[in-house]
Design a protein around this ligand. Sequence first.
Ligand code: CTP
Ligand code: MG
Length: 230
Amino acid sequence: MKSIAIILAAGSGKRFNAEKKKQFVELFDKPLLYYSLKAFSESKADEIIVVTSKDDIDFVREDIVKKYGFSKVISIVAGGAERYDSVYNGLEKAKGDICMIHDSARAMISVEIINRCIEETFKYGAVVPVVAPKDTIRVRDGGFGGETIDRNTLCIIQTPQCFNVALIKSAFEKLYKTDYKNLGITDDAMVVEKFTDTKVRLIEGDYKNIKVTTPEDIVIAKAFLDAENC
Ligand code: CTP
Ligand code: MG
């Protein structure tokens, strides 16, 4: 049984708002993308596909994949305008039984979660790691009022989002036959649940597995990576 990781690094990082794209910002002298590649390389994943912008393919190949000897990387492909377009481009290269779609911005992903995701996906076909929200959450209704939601009914979705390859491919084929730009798709589980009968299995994620999104997240990422490497 073959498992493939698709590591997404083709975003432009608008919310990060820096000169350098967040996936290439250096932490302890290594680009953020390095840390996800390291975790998947040390996991039970068999192959890795990296998706990055066309202009960054050479950099990723020479200065990350070759430099650090990430030999599980079988392909580096160009991404698309939206995250789901990048996922689709990665999926086209995925030949195997299950695939794990991971945001490179989640550099703190652990080998333990990856291996658990692989096991669970062989059982359930569709798996995402989640954590419980720590804050009280309210639906905004302008600048006043709005309803507070019972946080025990909510969860925060992380990656890797993991699927049987045939299932996720068929869901994406259907997605592109619709008015997909107006569906508000922000993750892969949404695509699977919208276009197939499969319900996604939620497994326990990790509070350390944050997505570097805004500038202050880099400080948190640095602290976690520092603690891990000590
Ligand atoms: N991503 C991608 N292709 C895109 C958009 C996003 O591969 N067209 C990747 C990003 O590189 C990131 C992951 O998907 O690792 C999660 O996306 P997000 O955190 O939203 O990153 P960006 O889209 O780069 O940031 P922003 O939304 O702030 O512009
Ligand atoms: Mg984005």
